[in-house]
Design a protein around this ligand. Structure first.
Ligand code: FMN
Length: 222
């Protein structure tokens, strides 16, 4: 797959097969991604790579918190959205909702609630990568963590893997820090649900939207 094709075709995967990713595949994938650039080549990232029983334990604890409606306290606070960003978020949620639950869908409230819970469980991915960094190096380290996150999402395609970059799974960092023995000096930046995409999952075929280039680009001297 060429680079342009990978950039355009990568999409967030929210339905996974249950097959776990072999450890050697995840090792090779992460090894490749270490070539991502970082500020002063600090390479300020660390990865908690989850699978098996630990993954199940994390999923169960996050789902429990979600069911309780517990107050959230992520290491990176959720921003208060305003337009046009708020509208883009609404459009995303509407397009996923209407794609999965078209008008007339039976028991739609129950199905929506199930989908929400599934989100708290990394969309039932068999594996996940939690990326964390030094609190003392932020905000530049957050930038670097973002770069390696997208590098992982792109490289995953070469292994037939799908990813969903997820802030949703970081609402209660204490759960992750305790279970994964992440020290308090670290900041949990992002989670990545990773696994083999489920071709039957309707949510994986939701149409993706982008604003036209003119919305973002200002040309100077060219
Ligand atoms: C930092 C970050 C956090 C995200 N958090 C979530 C999340 O919690 N749940 C989710 O379903 N998708 C999450 N996404 C995926 C975005 O919704 C997705 O990238 C966006 O809608 C564009 O769709 P695409 O990835 O299919 O192109 C996140 C993406 C990023 C970059």
């Amino acid at each position: 797959m060429d680079i342009i094709e990978a950039i355009v075709n990568r999409s967030s995967i929210r339905g996974f097969k249950s097959d776990p990713i072999p450890r050697n595949v995840l090792e090779e994938l992460l090894q490749t991604c270490l070539w991502a650039p970082s500020t002063w080549n600090m390479q300020p990232w660390e990865f908690a790579v989850l699978g098996g029983e630990v993954m199940e334990e994390v999923k169960a604890r996050l789902e429990k918190k979600t069911r309780m409606g517990a107050d959230i306290d992520p290491d990176i606070p959720e921003p208060e959205l305003f337009n046009p960003y708020l509208q883009r978020q609404i459009d995303l949620m509407t397009s996923i909702d209407t794609h999965q639950f078209p008008p007339g869908t039976s028991m739609v409230d129950k199905k929506r609630a199930e989908y929400l819970l599934k989100g708290s469980r990394f969309y039932d991915a068999p594996n996940a990568i939690i990326i964390y960094t030094e609190k003392a190096l932020c905000p530049s380290a957050i930038f670097d963590a973002g770069i390696i996150t997208q590098t992982i999402a792109l490289a995953a395609l070469a292994y037939g893997l799908g990813t969903c970059i997820m802030a949703r799974v970081l609402f209660w960092p204490d759960i992750l820090k305790k279970l994964l023995r992440i020290p308090e000096s670290k900041l949990i930046v992002i989670g990545i649900a990773i696994g083999y995409p489920d071709p039957q999952a309707l949510v994986n075929s939701v149409s993706r939207a982008r604003e036209p280039l003119d919305t973002f680009a200002r040309w100077h001297g060219i």
